[in-house]
Design a protein around this ligand. Structure first.
Ligand code: NAP
Length: 228
């Protein structure tokens, strides 16, 4: 049985990824910051629930301790929780966006590493974004060129870089960052863009189900490697 934790899985891409991995037989822990929303999502899917706010150290360590007690290991971690942060361009909003989208990855990954090391095929997928690609945001041919979400872009560049650095420092664990594709979720509702979550979650699932010889340190979308 594969033990999987997905952060921010009470809705959107995380929720659909949980659904698809459950269908593949994983034991899935839905990480959610809100107990009511998380328990409801877990009950709907037949998943397990852990309270997990990626901006709260105690919440993160408690969540991983709960999984350790119940399972003794973690096979797959999906760093999915994220915010668009389309508020003011100021210090408090920047701290909030970076705390969630970048620092949260450090908190969760550090707490998960001891459990991942007990797995025979430890795998980490970071749901990053092509908005964090210097190549994409400087290319007038790409949709990212015209989207003015500076804090989100910068925090996702950090998320991708953290993934690559973890891949280098943790050679026994597979770390890959992905762009799931523009997806119709609450995050993108104001822009009215995106395809159904079912399509985008497939990209997450593909990277979450790599064998031990799978690639590590990559940044890809459904079509293959993405430029940084
Ligand atoms: P979404 O529907 O808004 O879901 C975001 C999830 O993150 C929610 O479950 C939310 O929980 C959770 N979250 C936010 N802050 C959190 C925190 N501090 N601790 C724990 N969970 C937290 O958006 P989505 O589109 O599915 O986004 C999922 C991931 O895909 C994000 O990392 C996003 O950047 C990335 N992505 C999305 C797109 C797209 O087109 N949608 C494209 C590229 C990348 P609450 O319900 O409590 O707010």
């Amino acid at each position: 049985m594969t033990i999987t934790l997905i952060t921010g899985a009470n809705k959107g891409i995380g929720f659909e990824t949980a659904k698809q991995l459950l269908d593949l037989g994983h034991t899935v822990y839905i990480g959610a910051r809100d107990v009511e929303r998380g328990e409801k999502a877990a009950a709907e899917l037949g998943a397990r629930f852990v309270q997990l706010d990626v901006t709260d150290d105690t919440s993160v360590t408690d969540a991983l301790a709960t999984i350790d007690s119940a399972e003794g290991r973690l096979d797959v971690l999906v760093n999915n929780a994220g915010v668009l942060g389309d508020g003011p361009m100021d210090g408090p909003n920047a701290l909030r966006v970076f705390d969630t989208n970048a620092v949260g990855i450090v908190r969760v990954t550090e707490a998960a590493l001891p459990l991942l090391r007990k797995s025979s095929n430890p795998t980490v997928v970071t749901v990053s974004s092509s908005m964090g690609s210097f190549w994409a945001v400087t290319n007038p041919e790409r949709p990212e060129y015209n989207l003015p979400v500076a804090l989100y872009s910068a925090s996702k560049a950090a998320a991708t870089m953290l993934t690559i650095q973890y891949a280098k420092s943790q050679p026994g664990i597979t770390f890959n960052a992905i762009e799931p594709g523009a997806t119709a979720t609450d995050m993108t509702a104001a822009y009215g863009i995106g395809r159904p979550v079912e399509e985008s979650a497939k990209t997450v699932v593909r990277l979450a189900t790599l064998g031990p010889d799978g690639p590590t340190g990559t940044f890809t979308d459904e079509f293959g490697p993405l430029s940084w």
